[in-house]
Design a protein around this ligand. Structure first.
Ligand code: COA
Ligand code: MG
Length: 289
């Protein structure tokens, strides 16, 4: 499941201690924007300690490294790769060459070990990153790129647009991120919601992201996990409908049909495919159902 990815600033010891038990689908231990410059070395050491003790953490643990090509980013890659995080999250990806450079540094860091090169997530959060999405996705796939993350705070900042609750100024850009993720078979995560004490606002934005096609949302606070899991998880109605679609297509009379009638609504084989995907996702989350 990729409903809820919680950012955890690596320098925040209290947050790091409890992060694994909060019910997020994944953690992103952050070494980039969530840390002030004097905290960077201490944060990196904390990430290494966390990864070494990760067996008690029931979800994937990703690490967001510092900027491409910066000495900090390079030190992050050298130190973190050998600890085998679930993936590296690369901030401000603007070209496919950025990902190639990270991949080259990971390969160098792991040379002589039998350890696999970690997968990559690319944060798309600048105008250049948006313009180069196709090349980033196409070449990134060969470098272990598994998903895109909309970096909405940086995007709003770089575009100098309004940070509106409806996100009207950036909806087209979010759409581009989803479009490219789907075209290249990657996952897509929505950006963070800063106003973490506004539960209604969060729920609304999570539903908007879900409706646009995002697989899940990046989060900044524990209180956002349960609402994100709800918004991006399958609803009771969707599960009921998926089961009805699978059942109807399994009837002998529907065996050769492309489109069928279920209670006055048309369903095609693409809906059957989506129904199978939803039920498979559910089975992974809860093997007893
Ligand atoms: N992950 C894990 N635990 C977190 C957390 C997070 N992202 N954010 C808060 N917590 C913990 C706090 O440590 C606190 O723990 P406690 O009950 O043991 O004291 C508890 O949740 C309640 O936190 P709260 O007091 O409501 O907020 P705060 O003032 O401690 O923190 C922020 C607020 C915004 C500073 C904090 O949520 C944060 O740093 N979020 C992530 C920011 C980030 O990563 N930004 C970069 C990516 S966009
Ligand atoms: Mg950013």
């Amino acid at each position: 499941m990729q409903r809820s990815f919680l950012f955890v600033p690596a320098a925040n010891q209290k947050a790091m201690v409890k992060a694994g038990q909060l019910g997020a689908d994944a953690l992103i231990l952050d070494l980039e924007d969530g840390l002030a410059p004097p905290e960077k070395d201490m944060g990196r050491a904390a990430v290494i300690r966390f990864l070494r003790k990760r067996k008690d953490v029931p979800c994937p643990v990703l690490v967001r490294i510092n900027a491409n090509g910066s000495p900090l980013g390079q030190a992050d890659i050298r130190a973190i790769c050998t600890e085998q995080p679930g993936a590296l999250v690369v901030p401000k990806v603007e070209t496919a060459q950025h990902l190639q450079a990270v991949h080259d540094q990971m390969r160098a860091a792991l040379a002589g070990t039998q350890k696999p090169i970690p997968a990559l997530w690319a944060m798309i959060e600048t105008p250049a990153g948006l313009l180069n999405l196709a090349a980033i996705c196409r070449q990134g796939k060969a470098l272990g790129l598994v998903g895109l993350i909309a970096g909405t705070n940086d995007l709003v900042h770089e575009l100098r647009c309004a940070n509106s609750p409806t996100r009207t100024p950036i909806l087209a850009h979010l759409g581009q991120i989803i479009l490219h993720a789907r075209a290249f078979g990657l996952s897509a995560l929505d950006g963070v919601f800063n106003d973490f004490s506004n539960a209604d606002g969060f729920a609304k934005q999570a539903r908007q992201g879900r409706a646009m096609g995002f697989d899940g949302k990046t989060l900044i606070h524990p209180s956002q996990i349960a609402p994100a899991n709800l918004a991006f998880g399958p609803s009771a109605n969707a599960i009921k409908q998926a089961k009805a679609i699978v059942r109807a297509f399994s009837y002998k009379k529907n065996a050769g049909k492309g489109a069928i009638n279920i209670s006055g609504q048309m369903f095609e084989r693409m809906h059957l495919e989506a129904a199978h995907r939803l039920l498979a996702q559910l089975a992974t989350e809860n093997p007893t159902t």
